[in-house]
Design a protein around this ligand. Sequence first.
Ligand SMILES: C[S@@+](CC[C@H](N)C(=O)[O-])C[C@H]1O[C@@H](n2cnc3c(N)ncnc32)[C@H](O)[C@@H]1O
Length: 216
Amino acid sequence: MDAELTARNVELPGGPIRLLQPAGSAELPDDGGIEWAPIAPYWSVLWRSGVALAREVAGSDVRGLRVVELGCGLGLPSIAAARGGALVTATDADPEALELLDRNAAADGVELETHAVDWAEPEGLLERGPFDLALAADVLYDPAPAADLTALLPRLASEAWIADPGRAAAKPFIAALSSSRATRTTSGVVTVHRLPASGRRPRGERGQWRLDDRAI
Ligand SMILES: C[S@@+](CC[C@H](N)C(=O)[O-])C[C@H]1O[C@@H](n2cnc3c(N)ncnc32)[C@H](O)[C@@H]1O
């Protein structure tokens, strides 16, 4: 990676993570209006949804779970899950994100796998599944890729935790993945939606979300 990197600490339950990030993107804090678009690769920004999801994971028991993160960017939730003893596969369409996540995870002393995955071509990832838990932070902003992701999740994991800062585009997709067993926690503008598969299935088995035609 050619970009100059800068280090920052992010506070999590269980201790801070020291994260390397492209210096130009570190000057772009995600703390203003929700619908902004940084002039930087999206993976390189520290999005508040990624921080919120990492905090949710760090405060939960994920020991032994098979966890996959989609659109991981800097991958804080993946590092938090690996710290908690999960077996983590972190994915993003952009290989540069994965290169930096490998480096940040190694510096934190945790092990995880990284794979380049585009939600439109998920076959290789599906072969690695099923997973117990899928994580995704601020990935539902562009309708066509969001539809790919929403179609992929039920095939991939028994439960998904999706962090969303209240994007208008995200609402129908979250509704499509929700069942009566969905729960949520909100901190600031970010809501973490815990979306279990609708069937009563033990962890480790492929889940079946109800995807009806009301939303997408
Ligand atoms: C807004 S950023 C969020 C990054 C990270 N989850 C966070 O919260 O910090 C969206 C991420 O989704 C990834 N992404 C966008 N479209 C994708 C696609 N079709 N397949 C896989 N990843 C994608 C981008 O590369 C980027 O890392």
